[in-house]
Design a protein around this ligand. Structure first.
Ligand SMILES: *Cc1c(COP(=O)(O)O)cnc(C)c1O
Length: 974
């Protein structure tokens, strides 16, 4: 039977593929025989037939992807190496929020390069996420300590968007002020000014830039943003400004440099209401702009208004200490257009790294690092002074700015460049220098030579220099007196052996793709291949400053052009922006493009956005951020957009219809037949179609949204295109548009981009967003090639249908489409069991942990269900193991239905410790932890039992608990 299968896939390119590209057969889990078996089970002849009978004929595209053939791993890495080598590495002293940093090797190898950390999912299943929850809690503690604020979140996307979030939050929480004006103080990073202004415009907020001391006297503002230290390096004492702002009813956000706060009085101690910034220079490479973790800290009073995720302390079922994500009811999944922000994917992996940098160094070594940075800066100033070259400000931490004649500035800049150093040019006659952890005395000597044109201006090793450099240039009123990082976690792991074991101990608490499939519907947890990950830490990619001159970044520029072309080929669109650094940001950027297009045609009144009730929560949250009003479109009993309701809504919008946001295939995991008609209806009414491309894994190579009626889509490169989830980020959410929207893509104010969009405002801090991880998606597409990508889609759809068919007798599959089939994911309905015996979707999710699995997506988009997305990367053996677990669990449900008084379902997950105490249950210990004998060979032990969600929110603690609490409870490792 199975022998015939290869032939049953008519003129399949697979044979040809295998000769060239072994990678395709490694990325796709099931082999030919497995696929034959799965096709038989589903009752279909071939993969081609599966696609023919599952996708609506109106969207099927058999022309094949306009991409080269697959290349193998070594060939691909060689090509990437050649691209990387076109980047020129300099010592970057540009500053502006990005600094060279030393990534401790123990963190590089054991976190950044370790799939145990980078393949984990966002910690929604707290019991199997205690390790990264603890690491993120450390990050929050570090942020609280350094900023002097009581509460911090677990990361945002970048400093500039964090500042925009701060503005939005201040506007929400400031009930005293009715003003719609926001004040930007001097020295705010130019990319932040741009992002904040753009965000403000759509919120109906007016931004005014200037001296707060002056403006606050007569103006009326709801909020103020100050940069500390300023972008030019000076360290203002803002205490009076803050108190004046408060008197006038304005709240104050401060964008602060984290390293400087080691030595400077933190904004929390001068009464700031919010502190934001980037944790990049805490051991996270610049990566030509990202990804890095931004932070957001504020007062207790605003804890329910904080954007992004917050980790909190709670209890498990035995009352022992356990961690979880707190206050989830603020998030867009629940609050939708009323959410505090649209942030979903953030920067978890990078926050883990930055937190670990603090764990590794502790306060003493951090002080040494910060002091050395400061001393080298002072040394530079001292060395230049005798020649009459003095900085603009008489205080500084790490950055000084000089004003000279245009010609002299030119000369200095060139000489530094020739010597391998990038400086910051400001206009024609100013120059900025920022010292970093990687700057050496040799760099300073080189700079002195560049400034003076002579080699021997000062003896940098001599006693004069030492003296000059020792005199602190920090204003005495602004020197830090308070302790920080006093929690034991920042003191215990400073030998490499201890650090290694700490990292491993946390990793071992978490279930990642290194253990089992993570079949999260809508999230596409596929293979993140090692070959794709390798280039991320090549210095040519990781050590580029995002504002380095473009001629130094030719490799990156080529990578972007090629990746943009690849993504255009995969989607059928005409133009691509790589700037948005998460799906949510792509939605926002795409909606702004739609809005600007309407405005360009004189249709300013188009401000209504139709969104089906089944949409992901980020959709309505993004539409609200874009200043649109949301109208919800109903879904019918089969999970499709209710066409009648859609028509009524379109009619009701009339000239105000701006857009429809629709996910395809739908969030219900079904290919709606009517998609082309839906698009046409919207276009006829003058609207635009935003197609949420998070489910592109069901389309690549088989149908192209850019050709079947949509105008713009965001893709989640951290779903379909193999960037790992990192435990909740990083992500990349590029948008792809048809030609008419291309002039409205995001631009950048600091770096001149190519194209009609160049001068547009930005949606992220860096021109190409999280550029540092784009090699991952480039490598994936290159190694899969046109036929491999198409086959991946086919197998992803086959695997979902295989699971749906195998589970159908045990669990009702909620929605199916044409020929009774699902797309690349399927929803199983658990609500009947709640009726029959009280077993809930949560019970099943937690019981799956005992079987060694991460739950599928729970209660999205339909409460009381699980949404399973296996992806093409899971082998048949793994699919069967999962199916067996689900069937086993069905038997356990049956036992409850027939009157079993207690059940492992209700007590799941079971910890090792549960086994040693009393055992009051009627089922055995074996049944609890080894329900399947295969588990005897490979068992994942959850470190805590079921976590109490309510307790954590009622008793909110978002900082590291005292060490005694951990020890008493015996659960933690802190
Ligand atoms: C994941 C997802 C998003 C949001 O993407 P983020 O990167 O998490 O912001 C939006 N829509 C759908 C359907 C998704 O699955």
């Amino acid at each position: 039977m199975t022998q015939e299968r290869p032939a049953a896939i008519p003129d399949t390119p697979l044979k040809r593929l295998e000769d060239h590209a072994e990678f395709v057969t490694r990325h796709i889990g099931p082999d030919n025989d497995d696929i034959g078996h799965m096709l038989d089970t589903v009752g279909i002849e071939s993969l081609a037939e599966l696609i023919r009978t599952t996708l609506p004929p109106s969207i099927q595209d058999e022309s094949g992807l306009d991409l080269p053939r697959a290349r193998n791993e070594s060939e691909t890495l060689e090509r990437l190496r050649a691209i990387a080598q076109q980047n020129t590495l300099m010592h970057n002293m540009i500053g502006m929020g990005y600094h060279e940093t030393v990534l401790p090797p123990v963190i590089q190898r054991n976190v950044l390069e370790n799939p145990g950390w980078y393949t984990a999912y966002t910690p929604y299943q707290a019991e199997i996420s205690q390790g990264r929850l603890e690491a993120l809690l450390n990050f929050q503690q570090m942020i609280c300590d350094l900023t002097g604020m009581p509460i911090a979140n677990a990361s945002l996307l970048d400093e500039s968007t964090a500042a925009a979030e701060a503005m939005a939050m201040l506007h929400r929480v400031n009930r005293k002020s009715r003003s719609r004006q926001f004040l930007l103080g001097p020295g705010v990073l130019p990319q932040t000014v741009d992002v904040v202004r753009n965000r403000a415009r759509h919120f109906g907020i007016e931004v005014i830039e200037g001296e707060p001391g002056v403006l606050l006297e007569d103006g009326d503002f709801f909020g103020v943003l100050l940069q500390f230290p300023g972008v030019d390096g000076n360290i203002p004492d803002y205490r009076e400004i803050v108190s004046r702002a408060h008197e006038k009813g304005a709240l104050v956000a401060v964008a602060a440099d984290l390293m400087s706060l080691v030595l400077l009085t933190p904004p929390g101690e001068w009464d700031a209401d919010v502190v934001v910034g980037s944790a990049q220079r805490f051991g996270v490479p610049m990566g030509y702009g990202g990804p890095h973790a931004a932070f957001f800290a504020t007062r207790e009073a605003h804890k329910r208004a904080i954007p992004g995720r917050i980790i909190g302390v709670s209890r498990d079922a035995h009352g022992r200490l356990a961690l979880r994500m707190a206050l989830q009811t603020r998030e867009q999944h629940i609050r939708r257009d009323k959410a505090t922000s649209n942030i979903c994917t953030a920067q978890a992996l990078l926050a883990v790294m930055a937190g670990m940098y603090a764990v590794w160094h502790g306060p003493e070594r951090l002080t040494r690092i910060a002091s050395r940075i400061h001393r080298l800066t002072s040394l530079l100033v001292a060395a230049l002074e005798p020649g009459g070259i003095v900085p603009e400000s008489d205080n500084w931490f790490d950055t000084v700015t000089f004003q000279r004649s245009g010609e002299e500035i030119d000369r200095i800049y060139r000489r530094a460049l020739d010597a391998g150093i990038n400086l910051r040019r400001i206009g024609t006659n100013r120059l900025g220098v920022s010292v970093s952890e990687k700057t050496t005395r040799a760099h300073i000597a080189t700079l002195v030579a560049a400034f003076t044109g002579s080699e021997t201006a000062i003896d940098l090793a001599g006693p004069d220099a030492a003296l000059a450099a020792d005199a602190s240039a920090l204003p005495s009123a602004m020197q830090r007196c308070s302790e920080f990082l006093s929690h034991p976690v920042f003191h215990r792991y400073q030998s490499e052996t201890e650090m290694l074991r700490y990292l491993k101990r946390l990793e071992n608490k978490d279930l990642s793709l290194t253990h089992a499939m993570i079949s999260l519907g809508s999230c596409t947890m596929k293979l993140n291949a090692t070959a794709e990950m390798l280039p991320v830490t090549w210095p040519e990619f990781s050590d580029m400053h995002p504002f380095a001159p473009l001629d130094q970044a030719q490799g990156y520029q080529q990578l972007f052009r090629e990746l943009e072309a690849m993504l255009a080929a995969c989607t059928g669109y005409d133009a691509v922006s790589l700037q948005p650094n998460a799906g949510s940001q792509g939605e926002y950027a795409g909606l702004l493009a739609i809005k600007s297009w309407h405005e360009s045609r004189g249709d300013e009144q188009r401000d209504l956005c139709l969104i089906p009730s089944s949409a992901h929560g980020t959709n309505p949250a993004s539409a609200a951020m874009a200043g649109m009003q949301i109208r919800v479109v109903r879904c019918d009993a089969r999970g499709n957009v209710d066409l009648d309701d859609l028509k009524i809504q379109i009619e009701a919008c009339a000239e105000r219809l701006a857009a429809l946001m629709i996910t395809y295939p739908s969030t219900h995991g079904v290919f709606e037949e009517n998609i082309t008609e839906i698009c046409a209806l919207i276009h006829d009414a003058g609207g635009q179609v935003y197609l949420d491309g998070a489910n592109l894994n069901a389309l690549v190579g088989c149908a192209a949204p850019g050709r079947f009626g949509a105008d713009v889509s965001h893709l989640n490169l951290h779903k379909t295109f193999c960037i790992p989830h990192g435990g909740g980020g990083p992500g990349v959410g590029p948008i792809c548009v048809r030609n008419h929207l291309a002039p409205f893509l995001p631009g950048h104010k600091v770096i001149a981009m190519d194209g009609p969009h160049a001068g547009n405002p930005a949606v992220a801090a860096a021109p190409w967003g999280s550029a540092g991880i784009l090699p991952i998606s480039w490598a994936y597409i290159a190694m899969m090639g046109r036929d491999g990508l198409t086959r991946a889609t086919q197998v992803a759809i086959l695997s979902a249908n295989y699971i749906a068919v195998r589970l159908a007798d045990a669990y009702p599959v909620l929605y199916t489409g044409r020929s009774g089939r699902v797309a690349h994911e399927c929803i199983i309905d658990l609500r009947p069991f709640k009726e029959s015996c009280g077993v809930t979707e949560e019970d099943v999710a937690k019981r799956l942990i005992d079987y060694g699995f991460h739950s599928p997506t729970m209660s999205f988009p339909v409460p009381g269900t699980l949404m399973i997305e296996p992806t093409e990367s899971e082998s048949l053996a793994e699919l069967d193991r999962f199916i067996d677990a689900m069937l086993h669990i069905r038997e356990e449900i049956r036992a409850v239905e027939s009157g079993q008084p207690d059940s492992p379902l209700k007590n799941a997950p079971h910890t090792a410790r549960d086994l040693t105490g009393e055992w009051p249950w009627t089922y055995s210990r074996e049944q609890a932890v080894y329900p399947d004998s295969a588990l005897l060979l490979n068992k994942f032990w959850p470190p805590v039992s079921r976590v109490d969600n309510v307790h954590g929110d009622r008793n909110l603690v978002c900082s590291c608990p005292p060490i005694e609490d951990w020890i008493e409870e015996g659960n933690g490792s802190n």
